[in-house]
Design a protein. Structure first.
Length: 126
């Protein structure tokens, strides 16, 4: 797969809620950095953070508005949609950067988004 195809598959695995398939696309030393937050380093920590985040999520609908690749780097403009298990919905506008290693695995994933929007969208029910 090309780097762009890998990132497209990765996003598809989020939408399919397929944790094992998306983990298979990641390097052991992956760094996941949601820029307003602290980075998460290593595949085990990435898995734990993903499982924790997804514990209350029933479905994902990530929409890619634009995607561009240059070598092993892929840039995405997305809206990441989530449906909570209680039926609430959240959407977050995101600019994402993915870097793949020579083996074709995602080694860096940085998402840039507005923390205020995140806090509003993911606020617990009133």
């Amino acid at each position: 797969m090309t780097p762009q195809e890998t990132v497209e598959a990765f996003i598809g695995h989020w939408n399919d809620y397929d944790l094992e398939a998306l983990m298979a696309l990641c390097a052991e030393d992956i760094i996941w950095h949601n820029i307003p937050m602290e980075p998460i380093a290593g595949k085990a920590a990435f898995r734990a953070a993903t499982e924790s985040f997804m514990a209350n999520i029933a479905a994902c609908e990530w929409i890619t508005h634009a995607i561009a690749a240059n070598g092993n780097s892929v840039l995405t403009e997305r809206t990441d949609g989530f449906t909570f298990k209680d039926g609430r919905k959240a959407a977050l506008r995101v600019m994402g950067t993915f870097v793949l290693n020579e083996e074709g695995h995602i080694v860096q994933w940085r998402d840039y988004f507005d923390m205020g929007e995140f806090q509003r969208e993911f606020a617990p029910p009133a």
